[in-house]
Design a protein around this ligand. Sequence first.
Ligand SMILES: COc1ccc(C(=O)Nc2ccccc2)cc1NC(=O)CCSCc1cnc2[nH]ccc2c1
Length: 275
Amino acid sequence: YDQPAPKKLHLGMFEIGKALGKGKFGRVYLAKERSTGFICALKVLHKSELQQGGVQKQVRREIEIQSNLRHPNVLRLYGHFHDSKRIFLILEFAGKGELYKHLRKEHRFPEWKSAQYIAQMAAALKYLHKKHVIHRDIKPENILVGIHGEIKISDFGWSVHAPNNRRQTMCGTLDYLPPEMLVRGSQENYYSDKVDLWSLGVLTYEFLVGEAPFEDTPVMTQRRITRADMTIPSFVSPEARDFIKRLLVLDPEKRMTIDEAQQHPWILKHCVKTE
Ligand SMILES: COc1ccc(C(=O)Nc2ccccc2)cc1NC(=O)CCSCc1cnc2[nH]ccc2c1
């Protein structure tokens, strides 16, 4: 599918299929580009709703950033177009759907699968951080699975998905927030790409244990996060335990870096390098 994209994108060039999901700002449909048969996901955003939500700039910024991202573990934004009322995002279609559904069904992932997923997440984060993009919203709900089982981090933007056994919280779950974003007085601009490493630690825990490390009532969750107060069950291997503990460190500067995470024994043990 590497022909240069057709110049003029418009709705008529797509055959619209089943609904894939719906969010606060838009619905997503399976779509096929008529001339090439290319399968993609078409996200429809209503300009009026974006106006009400005051997120038009955010969408423009996101389209700008995401159009330049190309990585096997980052969901592609191929392009966009609009008509009088709507903005359409042409997104990559992930053939095996939403990761959180697999996690809920399997309860938790075996160590080899968790390590492979975390290694792919680390590769995606390394790529994003090199491009000075901080994801800030890493959680199972924002990860999709490609047809070959590879994972794809996606920025669901501001879309809050309809309550289909996703974590029911006001503005997204607190579980993944790092302490530096909870501590009073630390303005937004004080945090760095280290926030994604904290979330990677929370994600690792949730893959292995089946629930987030600080899951509790909203007040208690915040308190447990700011104290890094978690217990790791005994069935978790010593290497995985060490990996998690080196990421869930209160001081952002003392957290393991992406490179250290990729070289950690727990990752190397499970991710056979194809020489
Ligand atoms: C790069 O990705 C995105 C870029 C931007 C936005 C976005 O909405 N930005 C926004 C909106 C409003 C205000 C501000 C910003 C969303 C995504 N990504 C998704 O929404 C993923 C699920 S839709 C695709 C998709 C694929 N493959 C699947 N397989 C099964 C379901 C499924 C669903």
